[in-house]
Design a protein around this ligand. Structure first.
Ligand code: ADP
Ligand code: TRP
Length: 328
């Protein structure tokens, strides 16, 4: 089985990305062949800033590596280092109706916000389908918000196969219920678009300050509180051991615990969890050479698979297996 996923370099990864997608994906490295990429072509639909693009690309790569991606087993690469994927997106666009794309969440929400929508945003799910199909992926670990996109990829694969023969593997989204939608500082889904994120690699002081800003109700120290509806506890449970969770939940249900104390507990478990990886992250960011070497090796491996699948697709539709003229 082959696992594949992508994340856009549009910001430093946040805790929602980490718990909802990155950690579940990392767990798959042990049993599956894995291809994980930085979706820079997708980022270009909204990010038009060369410096930030390259900075975020390094940050996302360093995040994967610091958290335990093993580049000897798993290919880590930049989407744009495998340009074959844009060619496949064209072939898929030719079997995709406009109606389905109009129902895509990302497009609908851009429309609802009255944003000026570029053509690439409309085609976003087609490129994403190409990303998935070009590696013969079976499993796609994502957060719940990406489920529809993965299902669209599956539909495009089926439409293509029924017209041209069995070219593509049908992929499945892999969504873990307990982390499918991680709440942000205000309790809504943590997302860059809501400005409610907690970045993974904040320095200690900044992390503490962010956590102190989590929205709670106005109960005082001596009021009993409900851990199950509290945003602070909602995050705490992802970082604390079962014993720690039970202990803090008991303190919520008795007088004497203020939300400030709960936030301090959250800070401590998060800081303990990230301190060692943060050192590794800082070292990777300080010397870009290791990141570059990993991305180069990952791109080579990814491109080998991608060009084989693209050849299959080109042949199936009646184009040459490869362009007639090689690049000189
Ligand atoms: P954002 O929504 O902040 O723009 P991305 O779209 O870059 O984040 O998401 C990258 C990956 O992280 C996707 O697989 C997405 O489903 C997952 N993800 C993002 N936010 C959350 C969240 N709050 N809870 C769970 N998974 C999330
Ligand atoms: N659209 C995904 C997101 O916003 C990123 C992405 C691009 C992706 N191509 C992919 C995820 C292929 C999984 C598989 O998070």
């Amino acid at each position: 089985m082959r696992a594949l996923t992508g994340i856009k370099p549009t910001a430093m990864p946040h805790i929602g990305n980490l718990l909802g997608m990155i950690e579940p994906a990392l767990r798959l490295q042990d049993q599956h062949e894995a291809y994980y990429f930085i979706a820079d072509y997708h980022a270009l639909t909204t990010l038009h800033d060369r410096e930030r693009m390259s900075q975020y690309t390094r940050e996302v790569a360093a995040t994967w590596l610091a958290l335990g991606l093993d580049p000897r087993r798993t290919a880590l690469f930049a989407q744009s280092d495998v340009p074959e994927v844009t060619e496949l997106a064209w072939l898929l666009a030719c079997v995709t109706g406009i109606g389905g794309l109009e129902r895509a969440h990302a497009y609908k929400s851009a429309q609802a916000d009255g944003r000026d929508i570029n053509v690439a945003t409309f085609l976003y799910p087609v490129l994403m389908a190409a990303d998935i199909l070009i590696y013969d992926s079976n499993l796609v670990p994502v957060g719940r918000d990406q489920k529809q996109h993965v299902e669209m990829a599956r539909d495009m694969a089926a439409a293509f196969n029924s017209r041209f023969g069995e070219v593509f593997v049908l992929p499945e989204p892999l969504i873990r219920d307990d982390v499918a939608t991680i709440p942000g500082l205000d309790g809504r889904k943590m997302s860059k678009s809501y400005a409610n994120t907690i970045e993974v690699w904040l320095p200690q002081k900044a992390l503490r300050k962010k956590l102190m800003g989590i929205v709670t109700d106005s109960k005082g120290v001596d009021d009993v509180k409900d851990p199950d509806t509290c945003n602070v506890f909602g995050l705490y449970k992802h970082f604390a051991s079962p014993a720690q969770q039970a202990a803090l939940a008991a303190r919520y249900r008795a007088p004497g615990l203020g939300y400030g104390h709960a936030k301090q507990e959250l800070f401590e478990v998060m800081d303990a969890r990230f301190a060692p990886a943060r050192e590794r992250y800082d070292a990777l960011m300080a010397d870009g050479a290791e990141i570059e070497a990993v991305l180069l090796d990952g791109a080579r491996r990814a491109r080998t698979v991608a060009s084989g699948v693209l050849t299959r697709a080109r042949t199936a539709v009646g184009l040459g297996a490869a362009p007639r003229a090689p690049i000189l």
